[in-house]
Design a protein around this ligand. Sequence first.
Ligand code: ZN
Ligand code: FE
Length: 256
Amino acid sequence: MKLIPLPAFSDNYLWLWHDGQSAVVVDPGDAGPVREALLQHQLSLVAILVTHHHADHVGGVADLRAATGATVYGPAGEAIPEPCHPCQQGDVLHLLGQSVHVMDVPGHTAGHVAYWLPDAAGGPVLFCGDTLFSAGCGRVFEGTPAQMLASLDALARLPGETRICCAHEYTLSNLKFAHAVEPDNREIEKYTSECKTIRARNEPTLPARLERERAINPFLRVREPSVVAAAQRLYPKAHDPVAVFAALRQWKNDFR
Ligand code: ZN
Ligand code: FE
């Protein structure tokens, strides 16, 4: 299975995966880069997976379906350009010889789903839209902090070798925040210098490995004493994991 991040807009990635003949695209906010990639690699698009309803994730769906006849799959609880096969927690799709497990991960939006491919050659793959980013997470727009934390916790329990395919290149700015939360975390420093080198070549920092995210991502570390202490310096009442998560999310929203 080949996995290709297609850059779009200012910082999105549209993830394309293929077997040399057929392809699946995740969250095509723009049809242009997908059409170019299909032409360049001589692929036919068989399916479109959508994680949530935001325009930068669905903007190219109608065009691509009209051009290719691809089947569209998306969250059962959200309005996705119809016709769309509704997906929810526990569903398993079979695409290009892969099992695709649907996970409900509400928080960024109310019906946000993620797609997990446990059997991909080279290690499991996760398409998580705007829920988990490398070194960060999405803003909580429609759900509650409790929902978002439960969603991130569920993703964090996947196998450590899982490759995280996020929808945005936010890694370096997230790492700046992660460093402010945990200035003594050496893994954050190490990862920052690796990512700076990668970005200097104008390459994606993604996919990220889940085991690394557990070591550096403050939003997956809300039970670590260092993270709790940092949150409480700004929000003294942040005593339980949900309150620590909400404090970090607020801190990050205001962080420059
Ligand atoms: Zn979004
Ligand atoms: Fe987005």
